[in-house]
Ligand binder design. Structure first.
Ligand code: SF4
Length: 271
């Protein structure tokens, strides 16, 4: 039987259960007290949903606990990242940036402040594909980029090591483990899979079975050269999405991994 990880709002913190929890909140000040009484030791990560919030109460609380700063509007919110840099002293912190118009500036700001980035990519239209290509160029060729930008980093390494890892894993959206609890307490799959009927799958189905029977069941995925790195991710939630742009991005990451291999093979070996 799988042991789910639940992504749930602070007011839904259960007492007495044993599941692992990713708790999301707009009120970080309420979190330390709530977690101590209701979920000691079961919180595996925190998502802060408002960059306007004061994250200072989290600075010294549960050092080492991963924190995600979830941005809603990248075009206007990126200056708010500055106030959250003290979190980096005690926590692994990642900024979740939605791929919406103007997100490139938010990515540059996050990376400049030493935050790793996870792109919340959706199903990007051609305009956003162009912006993604600019961000990929920045990630691959700007020497000052010292932090990972996901999904680029995970997929680049996956190509480099010739060990395919799908976007469901790279972007921490693996339905094998993750469940989402809405603000009204209703449980579903996470993110782009919300609303998917899982009744036909066994409760402990592996990700491979998920991909075969649900995630990458679209006929275009079956013959896609990037099936094992994508896993059908871009066919959700709208299966008629045109993957031409995202395939181009996969191709650029594949070429970058090949180039990296070539450069390393040609590098002189020090004795
Ligand atoms: S790129 Fe598109 S067609 Fe290929 S596996 Fe992903 S979702 Fe399917």
């Amino acid at each position: 039987m799988n042991e789910w990880i639940y992504n749930l709002p602070l007011h839904c913190l259960p007492s007495g259960s044993t599941e692992q929890i990713i708790v999301r909140t707009c009120e970080p000040a309420a979190l330390p007290a709530a977690s101590i009484t209701q979920a000691p030791g079961r919180i595996v990560a925190v998502q802060l949903l408002s960059l306007q919030a004061d994250s200072e109460p989290l600075n010294a609380w549960m050092p080492g606990l991963p924190v995600e700063l979830v941005m809603a509007d990248p075009a206007t919110e990126f200056p708010l990242l500055y106030r959250h840099t003290p979190l980096l002293d005690q926590h692994p912190v990642r900024v979740v940036i939605p791929v919406r118009s103007g997100f490139y500036k938010a990515v540059k700001t996050a990376v400049a402040l030493d935050f790793p980035v996870r792109l919340d990519i959706g199903q990007p239209n051609p305009v956003l594909i162009e912006e993604l290509e600019a961000v990929l160029e920045f990630y691959l060729h700007q020497s000052t980029v010292a932090q990972p930008i996901e999904y680029f980093q995970g997929i680049l390494l996956s190509f480099y090591h010739q060990a395919p890892v799908s976007l469901w894993v790279v972007l921490d959206e693996n339905p094998q483990w993750l469940r989402y609890v809405a603000d009204d307490g209703e449980e579903s799959l996470y993110g782009r899979l919300a609303g998917v009927n899982t009744a036909l799958l066994e409760a402990n189905a592996s990700l491979d079975i998920w991909m075969e029977q649900v995630l990458a069941a679209h006929e275009q995925c079956r013959s896609c050269e990037f099936l094992h790195h994508c896993g059908g991710y871009f066919k959700w939630p709208y299966p008629d999405y045109d993957c031409a742009g995202v395939k181009r991005l996969f191709g650029e990451l594949q070429d970058a991994a090949t180039e990296l291999h070539r450069d390393l093979d040609a590098a002189p070996v020090s004795e």
